[in-house]
Write a protein that binds this ligand. Structure first.
Ligand SMILES: [Zn+2]
Length: 169
């Protein structure tokens, strides 16, 4: 008998689509489903082989280009569109090929361009880093760093509070 997904499963999957690294607790907060249920449903979706894995999403726009031969993993919408057009099996093999291509591109020395999170200017040399909760922000200079801290103080404090609450399990 096929496992038919109910609205809890769908809510969990949708929440994961936003960020595959979310904790069960975080998904629980997003969806209003209890943490143990989220965990059980997630594990079941893995066990039945529907969730195959959680992949990082790369932005190859940020790679210093040595030519335009970089192949990007298409956005989710693109993939969904193509899936409709080509059928599931073909879709899976396209997807596998893209992942294989990406694996080839992920080599040491790959340079990720960093823009200052305050002034949007390029960061030459070593970035100034602001860390709060599990977030890092990068800046070109100390005045951008402190400008950002000032401007977003309230938001940063509230993110910290939520994060501390989360790690208490
Ligand atoms: Zn700056």
């Amino acid at each position: 008998m096929p496992l038919s997904l109910d609205e809890n499963d769908i809510a969990i999957l949708k929440s994961l689509l936003e960020d595959g690294r979310k904790s069960f607790r975080q998904i629980s907060r997003d969806t209003g489903i209890t943490t143990p249920t989220v965990k059980a449903r997630y594990e079941r979706l893995v066990n039945v082989g529907f969730i195959k894995g959680v992949l990082p999403v790369f932005d190859f726009e940020k790679v210093e280009s040595k030519g335009k031969n970089l192949i990007q993993l298409q956005g989710l919408k693109e993939n969904v569109k193509r899936r409709k057009n080509v059928g599931t099996n073909a879709y899976n093999s396209i997807f596998q090929n893209e992942i294989a291509d990406i694996e080839k591109k992920i080599t040491s020395g790959l340079a990720i361009n960093i823009l200052c999170d305050f002034c949007d200017g390029p960061v030459y040399g070593k970035p100034r880093i602001l860390k709060f909760a599990d977030i890092e922000r990068f800046f070109c200079c100390t005045s951008c760093k402190s400008g950002y801290s000032e401007k977003y103080r309230g938001r940063i404090e509230s993110i910290k509070r939520k994060y501390d609450g989360k790690s208490e399990t």
